[in-house]
Every structure is written in C-alpha cells, then in structure tokens.
Design a protein around this ligand. Structure first.
Ligand code: CDP
Length: 218
C-alpha cells in the first residue's frame, strides 16, 4: 500500500481551517479528521459526569477511555465545551492518550482513502511532522470572533459578540502558551491568512499549493 497523502491544517479558533479541511477532503477524496472533536469530546464527557476540566487526573482518565461512539449526538460545539476543551488539552496525559488514534488515522485513513486531512493545533508539529503538505491558517481575531458569533447565533440568540471575542482570545492564549504541543506554525507550513479571503478564495489558494505538491510527487 502506498503511503497516504497527509494534509495538516493547524491554526487558531474559527480561522477557517475546519471548513477548508472539509472542502479539501471532499475535493481529493481524502478522509477528514477534525481533531478538535476529540478534545471537545473529552471535555464534554468530563462535564457530563460533573468533573472539573482543571483537575488533571479525571480528564486523563476520560481521554484514555475515549471513544467517538460515546459522543454521538452530543452538543460539543458550544463555547463552554470549547473553553473546557482548551483546558483539558493543556494536560500532557490527555494529549498522550489521544495521540495514537490521530496517528493511526493518518497512517491508515478509513475507507481505504489514499489520503487524510487532519485539522487542529499541533498536526504539523507533533501528530504528523512528516505530513505531505502543511498549512497554518490564520485570520484577524475580530474576523474570527465575528464568524464564530454568527455560527453560534441560532442556538444562542442572546450571545454578545464581545463575549465570543473575549472567549476566543482567552482560548487562543491558552492554546499558544501551553508547554506541551502549543499551537504554533510548523517551520515548513504554508501560511494562509483568511482575514480578507472568501472561503472559495482560501480553498483555491490551498488547492494551488496541494496541486503543486501532487505535480512534484508525480
Ligand atoms: O473549532 P475551533 O477552532 O473553535 O476549535 P477546535 O478545533 O474544535 O478545538 C477545540 C480546542 O481543542 C482548542 O481550543 C484546543 O485547545 C484543543 N485542540 C488541541 O489542543 N489540539 C488539537 N489538535 C485540536 C484541538
């Protein structure tokens, strides 16, 4: 079997990496793993059992017992779960427990796909340092929080945009400052700033990079 073509997309909250990852995976017929789902899933399970995200042992236990089947239908996209996810994600024992699953996914993409797209914070640096193509997707904080506010508005019409902004800044700071696998661009990542790009334009820019690598790889 050929080594899978692995695309790593990292970046801060609501930078557009999730949407890009989905479009890229559909376009190339690759599998897609949103690794934030794993951290959000651990946080959601922990909160559901009344646990404290800052209390290391409980989060690590939930992470070791984690199975995506346990979070089917769970509302993991709330800002509360996002905040708790970034707290549990700072725990090295939680990260270690989730690492193997991510690496296995990249090495053996489901449904015999010839490649995998993984999006998160540490894919290009820690999970798949040998990824075929790496992107670090950014956008200005105001633009990102506006996007996230629009996403959350249906479920939470009372939510203030300034609250979403403050949460996002706090989460980014925690993700960038942690000592284990901080959110940082890999040296060999392509920087993609989506502040002034539509999703179509960002997708086109990503495709140019990926197609260039395909041509070079033959
Ligand atoms: O969708 P959004 O960008 O808001 O966040 P997410 O990708 O769902 O990730 C939620 C949280 O999980 C992040 O704030 C990180 O703390 C953590 N995370 C991580 O540490 N490493 C990853 N590879 C993915 C997510």
């Amino acid at each position: 079997m050929q080594t899978p073509f692995v695309i790593a997309l990292d970046g801060p909250a609501a930078s557009g990496k999730g949407t890009l990852a989905r479009l890229i995976s559909e376009h190339y017929g690759f599998a897609h793993l949103d690794t934030g789902t794993l951290y959000r899933g651990v946080a959601w399970l922990l909160l559901a059992e009344g646990g404290d995200p800052a209390e290391g042992d409980a989060a690590a236990r939930v992470a070791r017992e984690f199975d995506t089947a346990k979070i089917v239908g769970a509302d993991i996209r709330t800002k509360e779960v996002g905040a708790a996810a970034s707290v549990v994600a700072a725990d090295p024992a939680v990260r270690a427990a989730l690492l193997e699953f991510q690496r296995r996914y990249a090495a053996n993409p489901p449904n015999s796909a010839s490649g995998a797209v993984l999006d998160g914070r540490d894919i290009g640096t820690v999970v798949c340092p040998e990824a075929t193509v790496k992107f670090f997707v950014t956008a200005g904080a105001k633009v990102r929080s506006h996007r996230r506010w629009l996403e959350l508005l249906d479920a939470r019409p009372e939510l203030e945009e300034s609250t979403v902004y403050n949460d996002l800044i706090e989460r980014d700071a925690r993700d960038a400052a942690r000592s284990d696998a901080p959110m940082i661009a890999a040296d060999d990542a392509e920087l993609l700033d989506t502040t002034h790009l539509s999703i179509d334009a960002a997708f086109a820019a990503a495709r140019r990079v990926i197609d260039g690598v395909f041509r070079r790889c033959g």
